[in-house]
Design a protein around this ligand. Structure first.
Ligand code: UDP
Length: 242
């Protein structure tokens, strides 16, 4: 295993910082102690949340890698940091819905909790000024973000990831309600599943009680951020049970 030297801050988002390393093809991703909701309008410090999300995302990416899906994840370096392949993030968020919740429930006035016979895929354009609007394939191609071939390849990966993650979580008594994933391109133009997968980016419900095991209660102000930390710890505990 080669030695990793953390170099310069490449970019900083709401919950992560990205650093260059001594290898130009690799970056260090640092998970911050912040919790956000409502497109970042709610953004608070939460001690040790970065440690939990780094560990949870590491376990999930390790599992996805083991299924043969190409991701940016290489290995966890320490409590807060992971080594990943450097990618240019494609500015699209791919959301998969297995059960109606969140923005779909509001937008279409459909009761939360309705199971979808076929998963619904949505694309959001990552653009702060426009507040990440919902778009479709044709908009994404028109905007010059991606080609039809690439978007079709991504849809196949998205479907694959949903199938394997649904089963992975169900084995841990967790229902995967919906989630968001992002993709990036490496220097060879390969498409890699990137960013993070954690209770920040997924809705999880307990299989038996249907209790929410994600940050939804924080989003709507039902729970204090500290209580959310307990929920994230519960997710980590379940992921560690084989
Ligand atoms: N999501 C995310 N980042 C975003 C927006 C949504 O990770 O900027 C995730 C969210 O956690 C949920 C799924 O994508 O698991 C669908 O979110 P939705 O469109 O319902 O929006 P929300 O109401 O959660 O903002």
């Amino acid at each position: 295993m080669s030695f990793v030297i953390k170099k310069n801050l490449l970019s900083e988002g709401k919950t992560k910082k990205i650093y260059t390393t001594n290898n130009s093809l690799e970056v260090l991703i640092h998970y911050k102690d912040s919790i956000t909701a409502l497109d970042g309008s709610k953004n608070q410090f939460l001690q040790d949340k970065g440690i939990l999300n780094n560990e949870i995302s590491t376990l999930i990416f390790k599992f996805i890698n083991s299924c043969g899906i190409k991701t940016h994840f290489i290995r966890k370096i320490n409590n807060r940091e992971q080594l990943c392949y450097k990618v240019d993030i494609i500015p699209l968020e791919f959301v998969v819905r297995n059960i109606v919740a969140g923005s779909m429930s509001k937008r279409l006035n459909i009761q939360e909790g309705i199971r979808l016979l076929n998963p619904i895929f949505e694309i959001f354009y990552k653009n702060d000024k426009l507040k990440d609007p919902l778009i479709n394939d044709h908009h994404a191609v028109f905007l010059g973000i991606i080609s039809y071939e690439e978007i079709n390849a991504i849809y196949r990966i998205v479907s694959n990831v949903n199938n394997i993650l649904k089963k992975y979580f169900l084995d841990k008594n967790i229902i995967l309600v919906d989630f968001k994933i992002e993709f990036g391109k490496n220097d060879q133009n390969d498409i890699l599943l990137s960013d993070e997968i954690s209770p920040d980016t997924c809705r999880f419900w307990d299989k038996k009680t249907m209790k929410k095991l994600d940050k939804d209660p924080f989003r709507i102000g039902l729970k204090e951020k500290e209580e959310v930390l307990d929920i994230y710890m519960e997710i980590l505990k379940r992921l560690n049970v084989r």
